[in-house]
Ligand binder design. Structure first.
Ligand code: ZN
Length: 348
């Protein structure tokens, strides 16, 4: 444990933005380190989430970060980290939190006696995803170290999945459960999910008779990582099915990122579903329409054919995503789409 003197030295250090190592020297001999996040991990943030999720729909990151000084600490985790340090494993705090609140963060760590060996906050100008920032810090500064364990928030599933993929043990902190208004009453519950993975959940409030139900619910389901993986697998299955359906309809492959293509393929299939219904309708009324007004009917049929060819030629996934509104797999949807294209291209 650091002495009060080293504390003073640590917290008296100048604070400024940018990537900067904490002032307590790393034990260079130690090969193992533990890495711990701040928001949603060491610091319980539910009281300031309204700055990001509210009726206005605007995300006020500055206000969200500024309110960090009032976070409740995750005391059971602090206890674990202190134990790790006492056993000789340096603790590295690595957070996507903005370095703009470095002073407040240091004050908070000091107030709650959270000892650590390094503190990394995301530089103010760094707008990359947390995963990119964290990976860079680890690769540049801890390349030779074995990471004993990472404590990460379920808010950053991509980060947690990246650690897991690299074989680094990762303890995940799930979203808060219960009533945050009574946040002084807090307990950290360990939940072993149906997939056998363990997630830690902060539980709040005094309505503890509902806690058992909630824990049972969480236990019965898969952990958030497995849920994300399952959702991704399901998206891949749907994308493969959509690709086959598009091939069967003779549509050319779409171009764009994997995500864009998966999204656009659904939109395009829906559009051509509508056009197919329009084609069926045309065949049904063909003879009668031909009798009534042959010239007009031929213009319409020609317009439909040209609009269909125009749509078949749209192979940019982006195009389908940009035009997705109003597209539907129905006769009316097919009519509206063909009309829009025909008007835009001057076919009618
Ligand atoms: Zn799992």
């Amino acid at each position: 444990m650091p002495t009060p003197q080293s504390f003073t030295r640590f917290y008296a250090s100048a604070a400024h933005g940018g990537i900067r190592k904490g002032d307590i020297t790393m034990n260079e001999d130690a090969e193992e380190i533990a890495i711990c996040g701040l928001d949603g991990v060491l610091a319980l943030v539910e009281h300031r989430l309204h700055h990001l999720h509210n009726e206005s729909g605007e995300r006020d990151w500055a206000a969200f970060h500024a309110a960090c000084i009032d976070d409740m600490p995750n005391l059971p985790l602090i206890h674990r980290l202190n134990q790790a340090r006492e056993a000789g494993t340096p603790v590295v705090l690595l957070s996507g939190r903005s370095a703009a609140v470095r002073v407040q963060t240091k004050q908070w760590l000091h107030d709650w006696q959270i000892t650590h060996d390094a503190l990394w906050l995301r530089p103010e100008h760094d707008r990359r995803p947390a995963l990119a920032f964290k990976t860079e810090v680890i690769e540049r500064h801890y390349a030779g170290r074995r990471i004993r364990r990472v404590y990460e928030s379920a808010q950053h599933l991509d980060v947690a999945r990246d650690y897991t993929a690299r074989g680094i043990p990762c303890t995940l902190f799930g979203p808060n459960q219960g009533n945050g208004a009574t946040r002084e009453q807090f307990e950290l519950k360990t939940v072993r999910h149906a997939c056998e993975h363990v997630t830690l959940y902060p539980f709040y409030g005094d309505d503890d008779y509902t806690w058992a139900d909630r824990i049972q619910q969480l236990t019965a389901g898969a952990c958030l990582l497995c849920q994300a993986e399952e959702a991704e697998a399901e998206r891949a299955r749907q994308a493969a099915t959509a690709r086959l359906a598009a091939q069967a309809r003779g549509l050319p492959p779409l171009e764009g990122s994997e995500k864009q293509v998966a999204w656009a393929e659904g939109v395009r299939l829906s559009a051509f579903g509508g056009i197919d219904k329009l084609t069926v309708w045309v065949a049904r009324v063909d003879a009668e329409a031909e009798r009534e007004d042959p010239d007009h009917w031929r213009t319409i049929k020609q317009g439909i054919a040209r609009a269909t060819a125009y749509l078949e030629a749209q192979t940019e996934a982006r195009w389908w995503i940009d035009h997705r509104h109003g597209i539907s797999n129905s006769l009316d949807g097919g009519r509206a789409l063909v009309n829009a294209v025909a008007e835009q291209e001057g076919y009618f």
